[in-house]
Design a protein around this ligand. Structure first.
Ligand SMILES: O=C(CO)[C@H](O)[C@H](O)COP(=O)(O)O
Length: 150
């Protein structure tokens, strides 16, 4: 796994909110922070997640990690940003599939459900997975950009 630039957000420091940025840095990634992880910013989940997702969409980061208590608001907000494919993952298999079959570029996490050991497994799976070469999956991934246009 090559280190990449990750934009990470959380709306609170509860649970892995306190650890997520450091866990990514420990893996060698360069980390941009938003929301409760950045003292200069609003910590509300929609704005924090939008900020991290926009970093990905606009090329300031390679991938994003967005967190809120449930993970749902953060994933919904990130998916509103054109070019972002955010996936709410609660286990390593889902994280691997999100990268492999969906070319997900933002990992959404629930601060409530994700323990530190589980985070480790999810990040291992996320960063180890390669995007599929299956033509049908690639066509579906391409189609995502068309949904809602026009
Ligand atoms: O999971 C969330 C949004 O999907 C939030 O983390 C949850 O709503 C708590 O936020 P607040 O402390 O602002 O009420």
């Amino acid at each position: 796994m090559c280190p990449v630039k990750i934009s990470v957000s959380a709306d609170m420091l509860d649970g892995i909110g306190a650890d997520i940025a450091e866990e990514l840095r420990k893996r060698g990634h360069e980390v941009l922070t938003h929301g409760a992880l950045n003292p200069d910013e609003s910590s509300d989940w929609a704005r924090a997640s939008e900020a991290a997702a926009s970093d990905v969409a606009e090329g300031r980061a390679d991938q994003g990690v967005v967190c809120c208590w449930t993970g749902t608001g953060a994933s919904i907000a990130a998916n509103k940003v054109p070019g972002v494919r955010a996936a709410l993952c609660t286990d390593p298999y889902t994280a691997q599939g999100a990268r492999r079959w969906n070319d997900a570029n933002v990992l959404a996490l629930s601060l409530r459900l994700t323990s530190l050991p589980l985070l480790d497994e999810i990040l291992d799976a996320w960063f180890a997975a390669d995007v599929t070469e299956d033509e049908d999956d690639l066509a579906s991934i391409d189609h995502l950009a068309e949904i809602g246009r026009g």
